[in-house]
Design a protein around this ligand. Structure first.
Ligand code: FES
Length: 135
């Protein structure tokens, strides 16, 4: 259960079925799930809000805002309101999450390209930029 531990102010990420772990504030959530919680979450596109394989369900602590890139891909794939993208979120508060696609649950050979430390958006022209915050 998140919020029960006394820490030094760093956020906890509690992946369902795994003990909550304290993570560096501002760390990309997909990396916190993979590196800190040790879950083999998929991130096929490398964290660019394209593949939606890093999808999670928030059980607690869902942020109100999302990046424009997350909004657009979830809307396009009819996933808005059903899942969130862990590559488009940072660990800046306690949260409990359920990863929905992992290497072990899907039989994938590998999780995908390693996401960069910062949330990035890849435009259709291939240029990288910081994403805007969506609606
Ligand atoms: S959408 Fe591809 S890793 Fe998040």
């Amino acid at each position: 259960m998140i919020g029960e531990k006394e820490g030094d102010g760093m956020p906890y990420v509690d992946v369902e079925g795994i003990e909550a772990v304290e993570v560096q504030e501002g760390k990309r959530l997909v990396l916190a799930i993979e590196e800190d919680a040790g879950v083999d979450i998929l991130h096929r596109c490398g964290g660019y809000a394209k593949c939606t394989t890093c999808r999670i369900e928030y059980l607690e602590g869902e942020p109100d805002k999302m990046t424009k890139a997350e909004f657009e891909v979830l809307e396009r794939k009819d996933l808005l309101g059903r899942v969130r993208l862990s590559c488009q979120a940072v660990a800046d508060h306690d949260a409990k999450v359920r990863p929905l696609a992992t290497v072990s649950s899907t039989g994938a050979e590998r999780p995908g390209r390693k996401p960069e430390p910062e949330i990035m958006y890849l435009s259709l022209s291939g240029s990288k930029s910081q994403p805007e915050t969506g609606p």
